[in-house]
Design a protein around this ligand. Structure first.
Ligand code: ZN
Length: 286
């Protein structure tokens, strides 16, 4: 299934995408794609509901509605750093022996085509196309990869927008450079695992104002999504609806010589094979 949320900021309605033109509105039955939905048996009940409505012809056509992030604001957004061998090389940092974890404020989550706003005082804003993992059930001390698979609701494209000066030149941890408002576009869809042949063989790309900057594949991930879920569950409780950004392939602005940073007016276009595409306009600080 392809879960989406359509409508104005703050009042998105949950729908299930059938194809490029059509969706089934489930908002009368499902309040939102949130912790309650994923933590209950929401996904299991959604399939039959959508099948029934499709058979009954209860199908809508997309009509230019805003596309929101496909999940409600999560309890936490967790990020894995330097998780692509070829990206670690371009940053000049060593390949980690254990996943590098940092957090991102949950209120950074925005829709896939919303504006990305430069923070005040920023000089080094950068892009990162990533595979996002959405947690489907409460997960603590998972022991096997099979348990981790059962704990994943689905996958989503994310742009882990980053302010490199805030991240690396202002002391302490990376979170300062990751948590500005609008810094986590997600979507357009939450794709359930049954729709994806091999999550470790997906092409990914990102263009800035028409120039291809990132080209990669989930093939070069150091730690795969299920390893990451099991690993993180040893340190914290993962809640239904939580989002994990699993790292970016090469081609970020910081890795270019000389570096390239986003400016107001730039357009980011990005995508992952099978998971849809995003487009954001970069806008000036408010
Ligand atoms: Zn990242």
């Amino acid at each position: 299934m392809y879960l989406m949320r359509l409508g104005p900021v703050g009042s998105e309605k949950p729908v299930v995408r059938l194809d490029e033109q059509h969706y089934v509105d489930v908002s009368d039955t499902v309040p939102d794609f949130d912790e309650t939905f994923f933590g209950g048996d929401g996904l299991a009940r959604l399939g039959p509901l959508v099948a029934e409505r499709t058979a009954a012809g209860s199908v809508q056509s997309f009509a230019g509605e805003r596309v929101g992030a496909p999940i409600a604001r999560p309890h936490q957004i967790l990020c894995i750093g330097l998780n692509y061998a070829d990206h670690a090389a371009e940053t000049g940092m060593d390949l980690p022996t254990e996943p590098i974890l940092f957090t991102k404020s949950p209120n950074t989550l925005v829709g896939p085509h919303d504006d990305v706003r430069l923070p005040r005082g920023s000089t080094k804003v950068d892009w990162e196309v990533e595979l996002g993992v959405v947690i489907g059930r409460r997960a603590s001390y998972l022991e096997t990869e099979a348990e981790a698979r059962e704990a994943v609701a689905g996958f989503v494209v994310v742009n882990d927008v980053s302010e490199r000066a805030f991240q690396t030149e202002r002391g302490g941890q990376w979170s300062k450079g990751k948590s500005a408002e609008t810094f986590n576009p997600a979507g357009p869809w939450l794709v359930t695992p049954d729709e994806i042949d091999d999550v470790l063989d997906l092409d990914m790309w990102l263009d800035v104002s028409g120039v291809r900057r990132q080209t990669g594949s989930t093939k070069t991930m150091v730690f795969d999504p299920y390893f990451i879920v099991r690993y993180l569950s040893q340190f914290m409780v993962l809640e239904p609806g939580d989002l994990i950004n699993t790292g970016t392939p090469p081609g970020v602005g910081m890795g270019l010589r000389p570096p390239v940073w986003l400016q107001a007016g730039d357009v980011m276009e990005l995508g992952i094979e099978g998971l849809g595409t995003q487009r954001q306009v970069v806008v000036a600080p408010r």
